[in-house]
Design a protein around this ligand. Structure first.
Ligand SMILES: Cc1cc2nc3c(=O)[nH]c(=O)nc-3n(C[C@H](O)[C@H](O)[C@H](O)COP(=O)(O)O)c2cc1C
Length: 432
């Protein structure tokens, strides 16, 4: 595991019964050549002594934000800057709740808030604590920014059977290694941020506890960005879509274990780790790529802004400036979504509707006409919603007329909400 050599890893240890397992983690990391700095919460010291972790990490353990000998160095900032990776093992319900709510009242939470390094949480707690909707909402909220190693199922120290046991160390190390290699940092999304309203928390919880919350075994096709419709070799018609929403969905689905095929128009965004990128240019290219992959996928999320029309004639040479006006005649592009709706088998089909007026009427009409499972509708005239922004404000509209309204939130979190909703639909299908 050469990857750990000379890496600066901050290990946060919190007050759970599994705190003793942090000792082995620290020991492995140190042996592999990482420089390890341990931060313990006050409660963690009830479970394991700083001396043990100090001996294993070969570094003094930080336990008190205000009692450090080198306070003038502003330790929490120094550590936050220096870290290549943060691992919180085990992560208590309390710690997760504090981070999810922006609380920084000790060295660990303050340093997590100050860092740009990726953070991996390995939760461990009583099965009922883990199943508590508030804990699940906090985890769900943090997933948009940080990484999680799901707890395992089994017999817990409290005597209950179920999910909540700290994941195996090998799994924690594997996730940590993957995160370190992919270089994904904590995403600190600027702009207004509001708590997510989880409308269907019980369905989502059930989905998560039955093990389908991770997308392993599922193939998700995502489309993103704008298409370009050529007028001549150097000019084209396009739109304002940047691809951010679709790339966020693709990234989130891959992180949750799906095989992800991302069919995207030209964009400046890098392909998310682990995603198969199919780069296309025109609506017809997108049509060909999507219909080719469609039969083999479980879920299609069509967030691309596909041009409805293309120039009827594409000039072979650059069109020269003339004296008078130039009239471009446009013809219809194929309607990809309608085609997918018509030929739908078992796939869950999700569309997007970006509208400037009569949002609900247009989107409700589209969800039924195109045989979608639901549509993600947003009014692109609103601040913080739509093209080029890091946030979005959307509604999920269903063929039944039901509407779930989500507050303004980072696109990464909208992506998570869409994927959760898809899981609810897949689970309902399994039951039928
Ligand atoms: C014996 C014992 C075991 C505990 N185990 C856990 C645990 O596994 N997970 C958890 O979230 N909280 C557990 N708690 C509760 C936490 O210690 C408590 O919420 C504490 O405030 C956490 O503080 P921290 O997050 O700052 O470390 C346990 C408490 C006791 C007394």
């Amino acid at each position: 595991m050469m990857m750990w050599h000379n890496k600066f890893v901050v290990v946060g240890v919190t007050g759970g019964i599994a705190a003793y397992k942090a000792a082995e983690l620290v020991s492995v990391l140190t042996r592999e050549g990482a420089e390890v700095q341990v931060i313990m919460t006050a409660s963690a010291q009830q479970f394991i002594t700083p001396l043990t972790l100090q001996t294993l990490s070969k570094n003094p353990v930080i336990v008190d934000m205000f009692a450090e000998p080198k306070a003038w160095e502003v330790q929490h900032v120094a550590l936050a800057d220096k870290a290549d990776l943060f691992l919180v093992v085990p992560a208590t319900a309390n710690l997760i709740g504090k981070v999810a709510n922006g609380i920084a009242d000790d060295m660990l939470t303050t340093t997590i808030m100050a860092t740009r390094a990726p953070v991996v949480f390995a939760p461990a707690m009583n099965v009922h604590m883990y199943a508590n909707p508030i804990v699940q909402m906090n985890i769900h909220k943090l997933r948009g920014f940080y990484h999680f190693v799901e707890p395992g199922s089994g017999r817990l120290a409290c005597g209950y059977e179920g999910k909540g046991r700290l994941a195996e160390l090998s799994e924690i190390l594997e996730t940590a290694g993957r995160v370190l290699n992919s270089g994904t940092s904590a995403q600190q999304t600027p702009g207004e941020y509001s708590n997510r309203v989880v409308t269907n928390i019980n369905d989502q919880l059930e989905a998560q506890q039955c093990g389908v919350a991770d997308y392993s075994g599922l193939t998700v096709l995502v489309t993103a960005g704008a298409t370009r419709e050529a007028i001549d070799p150097i000019r084209f018609i396009t739109n304002r879509s940047t691809g951010k929403m679709g790339f966020a969905i693709a990234e989130a689905a891959a992180r949750r274990g799906a095989r992800v095929i991302l069919v995207a128009g030209p964009t400046n965004l890098p392909a998310p780790p682990g995603v198969e990128l199919v780069a296309i240019e025109s609506a017809r290219d997108m049509y060909a790529a999507v219909t080719e992959h469609y039969p083999g996928v479980d879920v299609v999320i069509k967030s691309a802004a596909v041009a409805d029309y293309r120039p009827k004639q594409r000039a072979g040479q650059k069109i020269k400036k003339g004296e008078g006006d130039l009239i471009l005649e446009l013809e219809r592009n194929p309607d990809i979504l309608a085609q997918l709706g018509k030929t739908k088998q078992r796939q869950v089909l999700v569309g997007f509707a970006a509208e400037t007026n009569d949002l609900i009427r247009h989107a409700s009409d589209k969800v039924r006409r195109k045989n979608l499972d639901f549509i993600v509708a947003n009014d692109v005239t609103q601040a913080g919603a739509g093209f080029g922004t890091d946030t979005n404000m959307v509604k999920f509209i269903f063929p039944t007329g039901e509407i779930h309204e989500l507050p303004m939130m980072p696109k990464s979190e909208v992506a998570g909400a869409i994927l959760d909703q898809v899981l609810v639909i897949l689970r309902q299908r399994d039951k039928e």
